[in-house]
Design a protein around this ligand. Structure first.
Ligand code: SAH
Ligand code: SF4
Length: 378
């Protein structure tokens, strides 16, 4: 009789502890340096299977392939725009869940070096349910494992190896699908794996975790990951409005969230970002700017104003540019460092809050037919 249960997938190599891999090699009479070789080879983002780790003997490559999964990311489809400066990938996971990640290039000019930001997902869907966010509108799927998080970065490294030389500044932001601090253990582990110089080796200062305000996990982050950047999605400066826009506010209201932000800043001496999505006629009144100035004044933070990207399920639109500038002026006059952000990739739904991974392969094909878009099988 056949077993009706699907086979458990093999452990994912990108989250296997180096010690465990050392033991695995030792059991085969192999020296410890083999484990470090494998970890480095997998993290470098050049090979796409164990077979391609050519500094290992063939029999070990085969044995690794029988024991571990090289990547947790299955079929992936890329859509690009802005002359391919912004690209979004929809990735299929082993159980059929779909997640999205975004690759944004910023060409250098003058003294500034070119840099790339990869925006990754921490969950399939999100339980917070912010009404302006496409991920929130789609509900919660499941948590991602540390390997599923890290593998999004490795996937882009492989897919765009030609554009990522070793000198290139690479930033990773947890601003894709999901609330990272609802999935804190795997997210923290993925941060360590991304940061580990023997693995992906991205400097902690180039890693940013964005949260809607899960207060206990923010405090844990200050303890456990004090070098990593914290962004708080505020979006309103009084509780009645924030209860609607960021429903987790009913559990941890503004005072609690900003209290955790202040503890993080005091403890880590790192400037906290307050993200503020500008929604026309909803949260962009001068009075709201004054309230925000009061909340943000006098501690180590800065405000990022981001125009809303419209989503199908909400009637709202982004505040026009002049309105955003007026809002920014009030903040600056109140002594608050403020940046007006651009949005990238609107037309491919790769901008913040437009990640929802509902697209079927057929739909992706149709979208790719538009002259502005290209689709590449990954
Ligand atoms: N859940 C986390 C991280 C993922 S969302 C958080 O909320 O912080 C990443 C950022 O995208 C958040 O600041 C979020 O508020 C913002 N965002 C969501 N929907 C958006 C939209 N439609 N337009 C612009 N930004 C949006
Ligand atoms: Fe979740 Fe962040 Fe979207 Fe809110 S904005 S629903 S917390 S992903």
């Amino acid at each position: 009789m056949t077993d009706p249960r699907p086979a458990e997938p093999l452990p994912a190599i990108s989250e296997v502890a180096t010690d465990a891999l050392v033991a695995w090699f030792a059991a085969r009479g192999e020296p410890a340096y083999r484990a470090r070789q494998v970890v480095a080879g997998v993290s470098a983002g050049r090979a796409s299977s164990f077979d391609e780790l050519t500094d290992l003997p063939l029999r070990l490559r085969a044995a690794l392939g029988a024991a571990y999964r090289f990547s947790t990311i299955g079929d992936s489809h890329v859509i690009g725009t802005d002359q391919s400066l912004t690209e979004k990938a929809v990735h299929e996971l082993a159980d059929g869940q779909r997640i999205e990640s975004v690759f944004m290039r910023y060409p250098g000019h003058g003294a500034s070096a070119p840099r790339t930001t990869i925006c990754i997902s921490s969950q399939a869907g999100c339980a917070v349910g912010c009404p302006f966010c496409a991920t929130g509108q789609g509900g919660f799927g499941r948590h991602l494992s540390a390997a599923e998080i890290v593998d999004q970065v490795l996937w882009w490294r492989r897919a765009r190896a030609d554009r990522l030389d070793p000198e290139h500044h690479l930033n990773v932001v947890f601003m894709g699908m999901g609330e990272p601090l609802h999935n804190a253990d795997p997210v923290f582990e993925s941060v360590r794996l991304l940061n580990d110089p023997g693995r992906v080796g991205i400097g902690a200062r180039h890693l940013t975790v964005s949260t809607s305000g899960v207060v206990p996990a923010m405090d844990r982050m200050a303890d456990e990951l004090p070098q990593v950047n914290l962004a708080i999605s505020l979006h309103a400066a009084h509780d009645e409005l924030r209860d609607e826009l960021v429903p987790i506010n009913r559990k941890w209201p503004i005072e609690a969230v900003l209290g955790a932000g202040q503890r993080f800043a005091a403890r880590t001496r790192r400037r906290v970002s307050l993200e503020y999505v500008m929604i026309d006629g909803i949260n962009d009144a001068p009075l709201e700017a004054e309230r925000l100035a009061d909340l943000a004044h006098g501690w180590l933070c800065h405000v990022n104003l981001i125009p809303l990207n419209p989503t199908p399920a909400a009637p709202w639109r982004g505040t026009p540019r002049e309105g955003i500038e007026r809002f920014a002026d009030i903040l600056r006059r109140g002594g608050v460092a403020t940046t007006v952000r651009d949005t990238r990739g609107r037309s491919i739904e790769a901008a913040c809050g437009q990640l929802h991974a509902q697209l079927t392969k057929r739909a992706l094909g149709t979208r790719a037919a538009s002259p502005e878009l290209v689709m590449v099988e990954g």
